[in-house]
Design a protein around this ligand. Structure first.
Ligand code: AMP
Length: 547
């Protein structure tokens, strides 16, 4: 293979499971097995003295060492209050996630006997700015070059496009993973995959189905034994029930009923859970996905998309049979179809990484042949595509596919806090959710006071599709300080520019227009690991061993 062709690996950093893949020299997407010979690795981190253990072994140890184990860390990405303490040291979500990445990458290096430097990591479309940035930083702490943080449903659509779909179609991707739910509409065209709309809930996933089983088992245990104690206060029982609940849930995807043993303080009770009961106690969760799907479809309709041609289900939790059954009754016109539920996202990320590499070579060649620097992504001459195919060993179709454009939308709205005429704080959205990215929006504001020295820009994120939003409906994702010249009157004009790049990363500039002073503002946020804490995590990462 051409040595300019850099292999970029795709990583699905999941709430409950993670995986890594690449595209091999024959153009086939390949999941790399971990050291335990499994295709997926539990996203469970075990702090074992000066060693970090990730995966199945960590999950098994959860029962014995519940206080040394971290699970579901993805749900805490971007959370300023999450800190895990172990032996007097504090760990932020980014660092804990970096250990999961290192486990995947180390095992893959061993397995393939080659170095891994560049990766594409996926995150839920519904992640906000800080969660996305946290995902990128996790990769950097792990010593990786993160070429892109890619939306999970986009990855699934890419895998689907490459593996199953050659026609122009509007595709709905229903992605129910371990901890998050995303629903996304795509328009797959011959030369592009365009995201039309996206919606979901970053706190809704298979784990919530497990929790319902746990709650049911506790109630049954209480009824059978007559106790009113909360048996979950005992950490061992809680850990044991977590594993049992997930196992029971998976069994119920195959069978009508399953027995579950609950042991607490010497008492042991056998509880039978039927599929029917399981569906009953979780139906509101499923209904929430339906209502989020309708919300997204309403937004899509406003963009002129009132139907879809394909309906694909991805994410491990889409294996629960009630999901497809319910979707069939709710959307009878298009049959939902499972598509590689555990692997679509990883494979899509790998294809995206491969596409980036191949596209780099392709663009390089076009520049060499044409002498032009500004190369049109779409119009690659056939002869050049063929020569890149010859050079890299990939097929011509594969090379052409690598040039397909991926067009995204932002899953959130972004704005700033401003005072309204009633002197109340209000959020003014500059960018509305489901706007095509990249995008740049400029808005003019006024200073509040005479001779004001600085303006504090409070950067807000919300899910409202209108310009004015109550401050209660938005969260502050960071602040920026703009210094302004002295002696300006009140209400002096200030221009704020929001830019979102293709990846959904936000950058802001502000301009004090009286003297045309432009200030590029760096966003300060407590939601991300920064400064000294980041340096410490980076340094620790070099010394600590992860297996
Ligand atoms: P993902 O993040 O896409 O790997 O999804 C992981 C989630 O899928 C976890 O909550 C698993 O418990 C769940 N899951 C995996 N296999 C099954 C199955 N056969 N039935 C029900 N849930 C499953």
């Amino acid at each position: 293979m051409n040595n300019k062709f850099k292999k970029i690996f795709g990583i699905d950093l999941g709430t409950t499971y993670s995986a890594i893949a690449y595209v091999n020299e024959y153009g086939k997407t390949t999941i790399v097995l971990n050291a335990e010979n499994q295709r997926i690795t539990p996203s469970v981190v075990f702090f074992d003295e000066d060693q970090i253990i990730v995966g199945e072994v960590a999950k098994e140890n959860a029962k014995i060492y519940p206080n040394e184990i971290v699970t579901l860390i993805k749900r805490s990405m971007g959370d300023p209050y999450f800190l895990f303490e172990y032996q007097g040291k504090h760990y932020r979500p980014e660092e804990i996630s970096s250990y999961i990445l290192r486990k995947l990458v180390n095992d893959a290096k061993q397995h393939l006997n080659e170095d891994i430097t560049d990766v594409v990591i996926t995150c839920p479309a519904y992640f906000g700015i800080n969660e996305r940035e946290a995902t990128r930083v996790a990769g950097e702490i792990a010593g990786l070059t993160v070429r892109q943080v890619l939306n999970e449903p986009t990855a699934a659509a890419i895998a689907y496009g490459m593996m199953e779909n050659n026609d122009e179609n509007v595709i709905l991707v229903y992605d129910l993973g371990g901890g998050t739910f995303d629903i996304t509409m795509f328009h797959a065209k011959p030369d592009a995959i365009e995201v039309i709309c996206t919606g979901g809930d970053k706190e809704l996933g298979g784990k919530d189905w497990d929790d319902r089983i746990i709650r049911y088992m506790v109630e049954q245990f209480q009824t059978e034994t007559g106790t009113t104690d909360d048996i979950l206060e005992d950490v061992d029982t809680w850990q044991e029930l977590q594993l049992a609940a997930e196992k029971a849930k998976k069994t119920l995807s195959q069978r009508d009923k399953t027995p579950i043993m609950v042991t607490s303080r010497g008492e042991r009770v056998r509880i039978e859970l039927t599929r029917e009961k399981f569906q009953e106690i979780t139906s509101d969760l499923l209904e929430r996905t339906i209502s989020l799907t309708h919300n997204m479809l309403e937004d899509a309709q406003k963009k002129g998309y009132d139907k879809f041609d394909k309906f694909i289900l991805v994410g491990g939790s889409a294996r629960m049979p009630q999901i497809a059954a319910r979707l069939k009754t709710e959307f009878p016109s298009v049959r939902p179809k499972q598509f590689a539920p555990d692997e679509a996202i990883t494979k899509g990320a790998a294809i995206y990484g491969w596409k980036m590499s191949l596209n780099d070579v392709l663009i390089e060649r076009v520049k060499e042949y044409s002498g032009e620097q500004d190369v049109d992504q779409i119009n690659i001459p056939e002869s050049i595509a063929q020569s890149v195919a010859d050079e890299t060993g990939f097929t011509l179709d594969a090379v052409k596919y690598s040039n397909i454009a991926i067009r995204n939308v932002t899953s959130k709205s972004f704005g700033v806090v401003a005072r309204n005429e009633q002197n109340e704080d209000q959020v003014i959205n500059l960018v509305l959710k489901n706007t095509r990215v990249p995008v740049q929006v400029t808005e003019q504001f006024g200073t509040h006071l005479k001779n004001q020295k600085t303006v504090k820009i409070r950067i807000m994120e919300d899910e409202v599709s209108s310009k004015n939003v109550s401050a209660d409906d938005a969260i502050e994702i960071g602040t920026a300080i703009l210094k302004i010249p002295s002696n300006l009157p009140a209400n002096s004009p200030i221009q704020i520019v929001f830019r979102l790049n293709e990846e959904g990363r936000l950058s802001i500039t502000a301009m004090e227009t009286t003297q045309s002073r432009e200030v590029s503002v760096s966003i300060e946020t407590s939601s991300l690991i920064q400064g000294k804490e980041l340096e410490e995590a980076m340094a620790r990462s070099k010394t600590v061993s992860v297996s």
